[in-house]
Write a protein of this length. Structure first.
Length: 98
């Protein structure tokens, strides 16, 4: 049990460091995402989808890239919520053309 607590704290600390860096480097992340919610979301996602050994051997650059992708996707999902049906149709059409 103690080992699991230590592993979870280590995982969260690594994610906190990366999220802090990403929010400093990309102001949009800081403006549109809640730090605590994002850390919790990322921690839960990594715990559910990646063996701890694999997470622990992931380089900082790889972790940063994965977190950045997830954070960007989270922002993109917010954009869709704010569009009217007409705007969403225009957006969908524009995506299909590219």
């Amino acid at each position: 049990m103690l080992s699991n607590d230590v592993n979870q704290k280590s995982l969260i600390q690594r994610i906190e460091q990366v999220v802090t860096i990403l929010m400093e480097e990309r102001p949009l992340f800081k403006e549109d995402l809640d730090y605590s919610d994002m850390v919790n979301h990322l921690a839960q996602g990594f715990q559910e989808n990646l063996p701890l050994e694999e997470f622990n051997t992931m380089s900082e650059a790889e972790l940063k890239e994965n977190c950045s992708f997830i954070m960007a996707t989270k922002i993109l999902s917010k954009i869709g919520q704010e569009l009217t049906p007409e705007q969403m149709a225009i957006f969908d059409e524009a995506i299909k053309r590219k």
